[in-house]
Ligand binder design. Sequence first.
Ligand code: SF4
Ligand code: SF4
Length: 348
Amino acid sequence: MNMSRCAIDMHTASHLLAWFVVTLLSVYQPQTGLAQTNYERPVANAPQAEDIGDGYQVPLVQRTPPRSLAIHVLDIVLLVAGMAAIAWVVRRGRRRWVITVLTLASLAYFGFYRQGCICPIGATQNVAASLSDPTLAVPLVVLAFFLIPLLAALLVGRVFCGGVCPLGAIQDVVLLRPIQTPRTFDRFAGLIKYIYLGAAIWFAVQLAGQRDFIICRFDPFVGFFRLNGTAWILGFGALLLAIGTVVGRPYCRYLCPYGGLLAIISRFAIWPVKITPDEELDCGLCVDSCPFGAIENLRAVPSKCLACARCFAHCPRQQLSWGEIELVQLEDMVANAKTQGTPTGGGK
Ligand code: SF4
Ligand code: SF4
């Protein structure tokens, strides 16, 4: 990256950062903060006395029990720690196994333990709704989950997707034999997530009563985390997971609205993923190693790169830095790649 490009990116990044702060101030109301905002369910939608029996009296409203402050703090600490660990891997550590461990841990905690409830993807709607309706406030923990991955994307790219997001994690663990999808298909199918993002914001900013949170309603994986859900949504999730055994993370690449936001922001990443540990050889040995089609012109494209670190192992310079090959072998590999094409890879 030359200095002028870097200066432009830094300039743009600082504007985006300012935008985040303005967003934060405009949608966050301190009185709701980490304190509980009770969700009140009207009695009409609640189980009725005759359904329950035994003289049960239905209360005027039903309130969810408040969550403890400790679990909110733990959620945010784990979110930040997970993304920091992935940022370290993609910038310095360069060990894929660390991301695999984080992916499994995230799936267990944010997925099955927290039941996919702490979710920046759905929070997009809360933020949009609160921006359009001043009577709505977003709890600080929801706002933090929405903004922190975006801020991280501005710095180092999509590290949230790398191994912290439970929806990405569940797709990553089923990816067995990735194939390369046609670039044209990727380009057009990848537009769906932006249309979905626009539709989700549109439905979220409607007047109360007409408002709908379609991202949560059509979340394909939350049913697995909660071990319930309608047959069709579970079937949709199962279909995506079945496709995901050979097509890397189809929901992330083509459907996820928050992934669309991350893709936009990460274009301005100051320190994005770099396939080589140091200087680029332009040997092309990594080209087919990415299961998400994120390597173009021998570079990781920040908006598409999901910070999974799979490509690192295919870089001869990486192997050299691990002491696995000698310099003479490196020269042979590069020469072969340039004359014969490149091997394919990917997988775990
Ligand atoms: S693209 Fe969406 S679903 Fe996939 S890992 Fe990123 S935030 Fe999660
Ligand atoms: S370029 Fe592809 S393989 Fe490399 S880190 Fe990004 S998503 Fe993973």
